[in-house]
Each structure stands twice: as structure tokens, then as C-alpha cells.
Design a protein around this ligand. Structure first.
Ligand SMILES: [Zn+2]
Length: 494
């Protein structure tokens, strides 16, 4: 089996051998989305079997039992029993046991030489009891997780092994590249924090407002190019509002929450892949174990949790035929607060004692991305010129905002020569032409930009608009649409 492993999986196996060889008994292997964690798990099991060891592989949900058994079978590991209720594969004589933590809670711990805890960031008291049981003191417990950042894990695991990061896997082509736009910033200042994340009720109230919901959909229409899209909402009411708004503009949209049964979920998945559904709105339940071909992620659920954030983005990072990148439309301000998914990481496990906030170590703020004021593309820290639209903010940036929204502006006070202005007008005409707009439209844009009418306009022919001109006009149109929406909301409220 080892010779089928990818380089980062081989590295993980070798780090694990070294860790156990040096006497550690509680290693935690961090394997991000796209790592091939199942293959890695199978490889660990295979290695233990070859040494004549018995292995127990523990999963945190009943739904993962059969999936895991089948994955082992595919890798040629056939001697597998199951510990879960009265499962038909119950057979304690088998060398490999796949167990659900729920069943283990009610039974004696199985006799075994190696224990693998899958999805180990989902922590259960049973694990603590097992790991501290004197009978198991010398027995290796190997944790597997994409996000082993749960508070207190460091009390039970003694060695964090990072064989590859999300950035490494993107670089190596095992995960998709991504681009992020931050088209709006909700005001989270009044949202309470509970257990380390935003209060769900407060969030629901904040995010489920007609204008914000409409903004999510109109941004998607402008930027998403009809990509198959997963939308993360705060709660069921919010997900339904988003679904209704998408449907209202003619986008076929599905809805999934924790109560959606397996058959219906499968049907939605089928329609999503056939293109019958373009968008699926969900409430946090499509964060793990979903391998859909998603090419756009909409974050409408603000979170302080690095784990939830990484899991949500992870749904969009699988590679697929013809997929250039994943587009991320962040309406939750999460990138501004936590950084890019590739920035998130910890060199040590949380021991639960540390008083300081367990955020990703970075030069706060310094290293956080910022939205381009012209096109809302999220620029990495210290990048001045927007890589997406070419816009250059003024250095002493007093970024103008339109009606409190982030989408603004050209902000330029630079002087244009008569030739440059003429060129602008020609490009505005070109833009009007490409977009079915009139000459009047180009004139109005020109006047808004320069505060005057073009000089000798009659001799000017339309030319292909540059990115600078295109993004200027788009930013004006978005600002205009927002003002219109606000006027409408006001009159609707009156
Ligand atoms: Zn830009």
C-alpha cells in the first residue's frame, strides 16, 4: 500500500513512525481537506496489522461506520469487524475494529494494541477515560484531524504532526486555488459571544435582513458566473430567506439542514451535479464529509471559530475537471478578522491552560487581508495594487464609503492629461457598447468621474475598455444599486 501513497502521505507515515519510535504514545496527525485522510488511516491500520497488532479505529458518528469499512475494503483490508449496536459486521475476533464512540460509551474498552481516533477535534469524555485508563497507558492513541484546534486537546495528545498544510496542498495541485471577494461587512459590534463564537440568535437577527439577503444574491449574480455554489447561512430561517431570494431572481436553489433525511440529501446532491440546482443553501451541516463539486462558496454566516471557517471553505477546495479555482464571496467579514484559510494554523496543541486567546499566531491586523475598495477583491496584507482590477488606493487612504458600505471608489485625485481623459471616454463608450448601454450612459459616467463633459466628444470612437475603466463603472453601478435598494427599503418600511 505504501507505494501508492502521495509524497505528503508518505511524509505523514514517516513522521508518525519517528514519533512513536521516540517513545511518544499520543501523536496527533493534522491532515487538511484534500490530504487523503482516509487512505492515510487505511495505511496506518495496514502498517499495524503487518506487525501483528490489533487496531481499533474510532469514528464520531454512526454515519461514518460503513463509509470507513468500505474504504478499508477498497484498500485491501478485509479482516474488519464493527463495534456499533447490533451491526451485521459485529465480530470481536477480527484484527481491525471500526467503532462508534457512542457505542464505546456504553461498553468495556476493546482489547487492542493501537487506537486511531478519527475526526479527533470532536472530543468526547469517553476518550479521556480511555486514554487515562492505566491498562492503556502504553497503548498508542493516534489522533487524525484536519483542524486539531479544540481547546484542551494538548492535555491528551503529546505530539502534533503537520505533514502538509492547506497551502502546501494547493501548491502541489491537490487542492484548488481560490479567490476571495469581501463585498460587504456586517456590523457585528452588538452581537454577543457564547462559547467562543457569535450568539446564533443575534447573528440570525442581524444577517436575515431583506437588504443583506438581497445583497448576497445580487453579488452572486454579478460575480459568480453561475458557478455551482454552496451558501452557508446562520440558521434555518436565514437559509430559507436566501433560498427564496435566489429563486426570486430565477436561480434554482436547494435547501439542506440537519433534519433533511439521507434520501432527500442524495436527491439534492444529484440535482446539484446535473445542474438542475445551481445553489444549495445550508445551515452548517455540509461542513464535513461532503465531496460535492462546489466551485463557489458564499459565507453568510459570520464565525469566530477557525475550525468552522476552515471546514466551510474546505467544501470548495476539491479539485475537479475544468475547475480553475474556487470563488469565495464573503459577506461575513471573516477574512478581515481571521485571514485567509491558508493563514490559519497552530504549531502546538491547545493545552487548555493558556489564558491568552488561542488565535493563529500572526502579526495581528498587519497580516490580515483587506478588501479592494473598487472591486472588493480580498488583497493579501501589504499588497497595494489590486491584483484583480488594478486599482491603486491613495496612500493616505481616506477610503470613501457609499452609504456606509465598503464598495467604493475610485478615490483618485490624480490628474489626467487631456489624452488620458479622451482615452477614458473612448473606453467608456466601449463599455457601453459591450454592455448594451447608450452613449448617454458613457457621458454620465465620464461626468461623474471628471466633473465635466468630454471635450470634442464627437470624434471619439469606442475602444475595448481597460480593467481600470471596467472596475470603475462596476463600482459605480454597485453603489447605485445599493442606494436604490436602500431607498426601496426605506419606502417599504414607511
Ligand atoms: Zn480591485
Amino acid at each position: 500500500m505504501l507505494n501508492q501513497l502521495r509524497p505528503h502521505q508518505l511524509r505523514a507515515m514517516s513522521m508518525l513512525r519517528q514519533s512513536l519510535g521516540s517513545g511518544k504514545r499520543r501523536p496527533m496527525l493534522q491532515a487538511p481537506t484534500g490530504f487523503g485522510k482516509t487512505i492515510l488511516g487505511a495505511s496506518i491500520v495496514d502498517g499495524a496489522l503487518k506487525k501483528g497488532n490489533r487496531v481499533t479505529f474510532v469514528v464520531p458518528a454512526l454515519s461514518l461506520i460503513d463509509q470507513t469499512v468500505q474504504a478499508f475494503w477498497r484498500e485491501g483490508i478485509k479482516d474488519v469487524g464493527v463495534i456499533q449496536g447490533n451491526h451485521e459486521l459485529t465480530n470481536s475476533a477480527r484484527a481491525v475494529q471500526v467503532a462508534s464512540v457512542q457505542t464505546l460509551q456504553r461498553r468495556a474498552f476493546p482489547d487492542t494494541d493501537v487506537i486511531v481516533i478519527d475526526e479527533a477535534h470532536r472530543w468526547f469524555k469517553t476518550y479521556e477515560d480511555w486514554m487515562t485508563d492505566p491498562l492503556f497507558e502504553r497503548v498508542p492513541f493516534i489522533g487524525l484531524s484536519a483542524t486539531p484546534w479544540t481547546k484542551g486537546l494538548g492535555k491528551y495528545f503529546d505530539d502534533l504532526l503537520i505533514a502538509a498544510t492547506t497551502a502546501d496542498l494547493i501548491e502541489a495541485g491537490y487542492l484548488s486555488k481560490f479567490r476571495v471577494f469581501g463585498p460587504s461587512s456586517p456590523d457585528l459590534s452588538k452581537v454577543r459571544t457564547v462559547a467562543g463564537d457569535y450568539h446564533e440568535g443575534d447573528l440570525g437577527e442581524l444577517m436575515d435582513k431583506p437588504q443583506l439577503v438581497a445583497d448576497v444574491v445580487s453579488t452572486w449574480c454579478k460575480l459568480a458566473d453561475n458557478r455551482p455554489t454552496l451558501v452557508f447561512a446562520v440558521n434555518r430561517a436565514h437559509a430559507k430567506s436566501l433560498r427564496d431570494q435566489f429563486e426570486q431572481v430565477g436561480v434554482q436553489t436547494g435547501y439542506i439542514d440537519a433534519y433533511t433525511d439521507v434520501d432527500e440529501r442524495e436527491e439534492i446532491r444529484r440535482q446539484f451535479h446535473s445542474g438542475a440546482l445551481r445553489v444549495v443553501c445550508n445551515v452548517g451541516c455540509l461542513t464535513t464529509g461532503v465531496d460535492w463539486d462546489v466551485r463557489c462558496i458564499v459565507l453568510a454566516r459570520p464565525t469566530k471559530s477557525e475550525m468552522l471557517f476552515v471546514q466551510m471553505i474546505g467544501r470548495g477546495l476539491r479539485t475537479a475537471d475544468g475547475k480553475q479555482d474556487c470563488l469565495i464571496l464573503d459577506h461575513s467579514d471573516t477574512h478581515q478578522r481571521l485571514g485567509f484559510v491558508t493563514d490559519i494554523g497552530h504549531q502546538t496543541l491547545d493545552d487548555g491552560n493558556s489564558k491568552k486567546a488561542q488565535g493563529t499566531q500572526r502579526d495581528q491586523a498587519e497580516a490580515l487581508p483587506k478588501a479592494c475598495p473598487a472591486c472588493s477583491f480580498m488583497k493579501p496584507a501589504k499588497v497595494h495594487t489590486c491584483p484583480s482590477c488594478g486599482f491603486e488606493p491613495e496612500r493616505r487612504s481616506d477610503v470613501e464609503t457609499v452609504d456606509g458600505s465598503l464598495v467604493a471608489l475610485d478615490g483618485s485625485k490624480r490628474k489626467y492629461s487631456p489624452d488620458e481623459k479622451r482615452r477614458w471616454y473612448a473606453e467608456l463608450l466601449g463599455f457601453a457598447c459591450e454592455n448594451g448601454k447608450s452613449q448617454k450612459f458613457a457621458l454620465a459616467q465620464y461626468r461623474q468621474k471628471f466633473g465635466e463633459w468630454p471635450y470634442k466628444k464627437n470624434g471619439v470612437r469606442p475602444v475595448k475598455p481597460s480593467d481600470e475603466v471596467k472596475s470603475y463603472v462596476k463600482s459605480r453601478m454597485i453603489a447605485y444599486a445599493k442606494r436604490q435598494a436602500q431607498v426601496q427599503n426605506r419606502s417599504a418600511a414607511a
